[in-house]
Design a protein around this ligand. Structure first.
Ligand code: LLP
Length: 413
């Protein structure tokens, strides 16, 4: 854990965050390279000798420097678009360690993925399977596939990020998967590799994963009886992190529980948040303090367009002062941004001592932070910095006002 206080100053590894602010300005995302590496290794090492591949879910944070950090230590990648594919390749990722998920892969995306040689397509419907088969045929090649099954398991997480229930759009009903495997097996352009499932995100207990795994293993047994040999199990992502004080999953116990059930079968995991979530913070500056009879508002320069999770999911992110000064106004502050929406807040009712000009760190912002940002209200997207020991590097420059409309045209007729 690299974001800690030393002498009342919040550090990112060995760099005091306050020292970065005159250089990079606010708002700002800061990532710890060491934490990213350690988090990936905690999955990788937990498997020890058991055959496995830890495919980082690129959607959680797709900055090239994050991908490059992971590629260098041997990570695989879980992608869901042609854009993510090109990012991974540009960052030095190995195509043979890429699994391609997502409900609606286009023909162009499938073709490109086949040309570069991804390890496996995680297929989400029979229509998609036909499309992959047709593209493979046009290239006179074989597409490696897994069927993503929907095990109808309640992940007991926020409904917006739960994916393994029958009512969700994801995957193939586990009862229908057998038929699909049989038709895949018959095709000379498809090569059955594995079986895949992903039941949701920010899951804080092991039980739902094991419930899904049992159902998947039952299907593996049925497939075997039909002469279909599955070569790997992809159990998706979803391991939750601590945002507040909640208990979450111990990675070693989670991996051990999987190993105990799967025998010799190679395992793929697709963790995103657990690798980057707590390896990043979002820094924002207090612009104005505004108090009325009921409420105390700290209006900061960061907003829902920069970090959407509180507005979209009511997500809780800890907010810490970059410098503990205790000279400001002590109150229960709502930390709100400048965007014209009532849901534009980063945190509510936080007991802090604040003054105008203070910097605040919104914790746990490394996953689903910058990637979900937008230009709403014509706000340029913020800069991203990566820290490693005493080094700090700009890994994405701040957008300028002219960047905002550089791709637009006036209507001249
Ligand atoms: N694999 C698949 C097929 C996925 O759909 C996802 C996440 C992952 C892996 C990675 O899951 P993770 O390990 O990060 O939980 N924007 C939401 C999270 C959406 C997750 C979407 N799928 C949030 O901010 O909480």
């Amino acid at each position: 854990m690299s974001f800690t206080y030393k002498n009342d100053n919040l550090y990112a590894e060995s760099v005091a965050i306050k020292d970065l602010m005159p250089i990079y300005d606010s708002p700002l995302y800061i990532y710890s390279r060491t934490d990213i590496e350690n988090n990936w290794r905690s999955f990788d090492q937990a498997f020890a000798q058991h055959p496995h591949l830890i495919c980082y879910a690129v959607k959680a944070n797709s900055n090239l420097a994050v991908l490059n950090t992971l590629a260098k230590i041997g990570a695989g990648f879980d992608i869901l678009s042609g854009g993510e594919l090109e990012r991974v390749l540009t960052a030095g990722g190995n195509a043979n360690k890429i699994v391609f998920s997502g409900v609606a892969k286009t023909t162009a995306e499938i073709r490109r993925a086949l040309e570069v040689g991804v390890r496996c397509f995680n297929v989400e419907s029979s229509a998609e399977l036909s499309s992959i088969e047709a593209v493979a045929q046009s290239l006179n090649t074989q597409a490696p596939i897994s069927i993503r099954v929907n095990p109808d398991v309640d992940a007991r997480t926020h409904p917006y990020i739960s994916t393994g229930l029958k009512e969700n759009k994801f995957g193939v009903d586990i009862a229908e998967a057998l038929d699909l495997y049989q038709s895949a097996q018959k095709s000379q352009y498809l090569s059955v590799q594995g079986i895949d499932c992903h039941i949701g995100s920010q899951i804080t207990e092991i039980a739902p994963f094991l419930e899904a795994l049992d159902k998947v293993l039952a299907l593996v047994g049925q497939l075997k009886q039909c002469g279909i040999e599955v070569k790997h199990l992809d159990l998706g992502g979803g391991v939750g992190i601590q945002y507040r004080d909640e208990q979450t999953i111990n990675i070693k116990s989670y991996v051990n529980a999987i190993i105990n059930k799967v025998g010799e079968m190679p395992v793929i995991l697709e963790p995103g948040r657990a690798i980057v979530g707590n390896a990043g913070v979002f820094i924002t500056k207090v612009g104005f303090l505004k108090q009325n009879a009921q409420k105390s508002f700290a209006i900061v320069d960061g907003a829902m367009n920069d970090l959407l999770r509180p507005a979209l999911y009511g997500a809780y992110h800890q907010v810490l002062p970059v410098e503990k000064k205790n000279q400001g106004i002590l109150a229960d502050w709502d930390i709100v941004g400048p965007v014209c929406e009532s849901t534009d807040y980063l945190a509510k009712g936080r007991k802090l001592s604040l003054s105008q000009g203070d910097y605040l760190a919104v914790m746990g912002a490394g996953g689903y932070g910058f990637v979900m940002s937008s230009n709403y209200n014509s706000r340029p997207r913020v800069a991203e910095v990566m820290v490693s020991g005493t080094q700090h590097t700009l890994v994405r420059k701040r957008e300028t006002i002219t960047d905002l409309f550089a791709s637009e045209y006036l209507y001249k007729h």
